[in-house]
Design a binder for this molecule. Structure first.
Ligand SMILES: NC(=O)c1ccc[n+]([C@@H]2O[C@H](COP(=O)([O-])OP(=O)(O)OC[C@H]3O[C@@H](n4cnc5c(N)ncnc54)[C@H](OP(=O)(O)O)[C@@H]3O)[C@@H](O)[C@H]2O)c1
Length: 267
């Protein structure tokens, strides 16, 4: 899809990947970008660009009234990018595992599903595109981020399901599966991470090329390649890669721990 002249809605636009996506779609000539965030001030500072094409939108994807309000305001959306997400960095069996799982499912799965349901008619009326930002951890569980991985696996299944339903209505559905990215989600971790700008650029390229699934960084491309060849081997490598407890330090900032992906390269 050529974004020139299109209207794009991006959730989590005050985050690392979301902010980079706002700039990327502006560079591609989008006519209007709804930069959606729970706090509007964050959108204005992080989009890092003064443009009358940016329309800040207050949106919490876990609140039905907030989603309904966004739907009422944004009737001209050609491309919806469901990017908002959280990572509580909890193992499934850790003491905080149940709480972490609930919070991640609420935002990552139910919030994304609510946005898909609200905007499907708008996208269908405009021959639009739906983009959902998942994670490479949606394709293989990392025990240190076990609850997050499970929520992103649910997002992966959601992507497949809505793709089937929306194909009949002329809407293309794109899944994005990043590896570790240098954002607030991975703050303080001295490990290989892709730049958010690279991820945004790869998403733009995937949209232009008509790709259904986008692996936007070297780590995700490597892990996906291994998954295609030997899914069980990758599963075993991830399972053995790191004890859940060693992720506890990262739980304070909700970071996605990228370490096991490195070991999976040898899977
Ligand atoms: N960073 C990585 O290594 C990585 C890897 C794979 C996939 N991803 C995915 O990429 C997406 C963007 O993450 P990021 O790395 O850019 O992290 P980030 O900088 O922490 O951004 C996450 C964004 O999601 C927003 N958000 C969270 N809950 C929300 C809700 N209920 N309603 C609306 N917005 C909400 C946050 O808003 P607040 O500022 O209000 O909290 C923030 O803007 C997420 O879906 C994440 O799972 C990230």
């Amino acid at each position: 899809m050529d974004l020139k002249g299109k209207t794009v809605l991006i959730t989590g636009a005050n985050g690392g990947i979301g902010g980079a996506l706002v700039n990327a779609v502006l560079d591609k000539g989008a006519a209007k970008v709804y930069a959606a965030a729970r706090t509007i001030t964050g959108v204005m500072t992080l989009s890092n660009r003064k443009s009358d094409r940016v329309v800040p939108l207050r949106l919490d994807i876990t609140h039905p009234a907030s989603v309904a309000s966004a739907h009422e305001i944004c009737q001209d959306v050609d491309v919806l990018i469901n990017n908002a997400g959280v990572n509580r960095c909890t193992g499934l069996l850790e003491p905080t595992g149940m709480t972490g799982a609930e919070e991640e499912m609420k935002a990552n799965f139910f919030g994304t599903l609510a946005m898909c349901r609200a905007f499907a008619p708008v996208l269908a009326s405009r021959g639009g595109v739906l983009v959902n930002v998942c994670s490479i951890l949606g394709l293989v569980n990392l025990p240190a981020n076990g609850t997050y991985s499970a929520s992103k696996a649910a997002v992966h299944s959601l992507i497949q399901g809505v793709r089937g339903e929306l194909a009949l209505r002329g809407v293309r559905v794109v899944g994005v599966y990043p590896g570790p990215v240098d954002t607030r989600m991975t703050a303080g971790q001295d490990l290989p991470k892709a730049a958010a700008e690279l991820v945004a650029a790869e998403i733009m390229a995937g949209l232009e090329n008509g790709n259904e699934d986008i692996f936007p960084d070297p780590m995700s491309q490597e892990v996906h390649g291994q998954l295609v060849k030997n899914a069980k081997g990758v599963e075993k490598a991830f399972a053995a890669s790191i004890p859940a407890a060693s992720c506890a330090a990262a739980a304070d900032d909700g970071a996605e721990d990228p370490r096991p992906a490195a070991s999976a390269q040898g899977a």
